[in-house]
Design a protein around this ligand. Structure first.
Ligand code: TA6
Length: 274
């Protein structure tokens, strides 16, 4: 495990162990790349136009969305919470032959001083697979509701050949103003897709032809979000290339319906990438 400063001035942590390599930006506590050595295939997608100077959330990799998912109720607050656009610090690193464990936390897990209400920690277990545990602890004397997501951008060769397997049941379609629809089979992506699958299955995968592009495990979630901005939306995003949407597909371990946390309780949202 070693740390360097990127050419845009950001601290980047690199992990290289016998089973995998990973890169992590301390801005955002943001995994940028994960490549198992069994096949040397990069699992994550990063936008070539991602802003990496700390002025806005990084487009690609695994944004940490917390303590809410999507737009904030208060219009002055950022979408997807306030920890993906601040610096994080490493709490500990454990490196053994089989896996590397990194624990880190945001510099402040609250909006304004005096509002300290929840503690947040991200734990990464880096081996043949990558496990992300997003641990929320309620330190207050009253219960609290929170949401969030591990908003992972997976890499595909060509979105036209990608198929999602493992999802089922109902989803809320944010493109059709959250109408309730049924998961299609085969699950192909051919237009803007922004769906909250409220049937929180424990595993899904993206396949491309014969190739298993990625397998994704979920725990502690109440939904799974599938997102591809497609062409028009991509053209409106300064940090997306015009055809970038053809190389990525977001499948997110999410808490979109909200989880109640009693005083002293903690909750773990997990995504496992292999
Ligand atoms: O996860 C899907 C989504 O909520 C979409 O609605 C879209 O807003 C996407 O997240 C990206 O959000 P961002 O704030 O990272 O541009």
């Amino acid at each position: 495990v070693f740390q360097r400063i990127s050419d845009q001035g950001m601290p980047i942590v690199s992990v290289d162990n016998p089973l995998a390599s990973l890169e992590l930006s301390l801005f955002g506590g943001h995994v940028l790349s994960f490549m198992p050595k069994k096949d040397n295939r990069q699992r994550l997608w990063m936008s070539p136009k991602a802003v990496m100077d700390g002025s806005k959330p990084i487009r690609g990799g695994i944004p940490v969305c917390w303590p809410w998912f999507g737009a904030a109720s208060d219009g002055n607050l950022p979408a997807h919470g306030f920890v993906r656009d601040q610096m994080w610090q490493i709490l500990r690193v454990d490196d053994d032959q089989e896996q590397t464990r990194i624990q880190l936390q945001p510099e402040r897990a609250y909006l304004n001083p005096g509002q300290e209400h929840l503690d947040l920690m991200l734990e990464l277990l880096i081996g043949e697979q990558l496990t992300l545990n997003l641990i929320t602890q309620n330190r207050q004397a009253h219960s609290i509701r929170f949401g969030g997501a591990l908003h992972s951008y997976f890499r595909v060769q060509n979105i036209d050949h990608a198929e999602i397997q493992g999802l089922s049941g109902a989803y809320l379609d944010k493109v059709q103003d959250t109408s309730a629809e049924q998961t299609p089979s085969p699950y192909l992506i051919s237009s803007e897709t922004d769906r909250i699958h409220v049937n929180a299955v424990s595993q899904a995968s993206i396949i491309e032809g014969e190739q298993q592009a990625v397998t994704i495990g979920f725990k502690g979630h109440d939904s799974i979000v599938v997102w591809n901005p497609w062409q028009e939306k991509s053209a409106q995003m300064a940090d997306m290339t015009t055809d970038g949407y053809r190389k990525m597909l977001c499948i997110e371990a999410a808490i979109t319906q909200g989880i109640e946390l009693a005083p002293g309780q903690s909750h773990i949202l997990t995504q496992i990438i292999s």
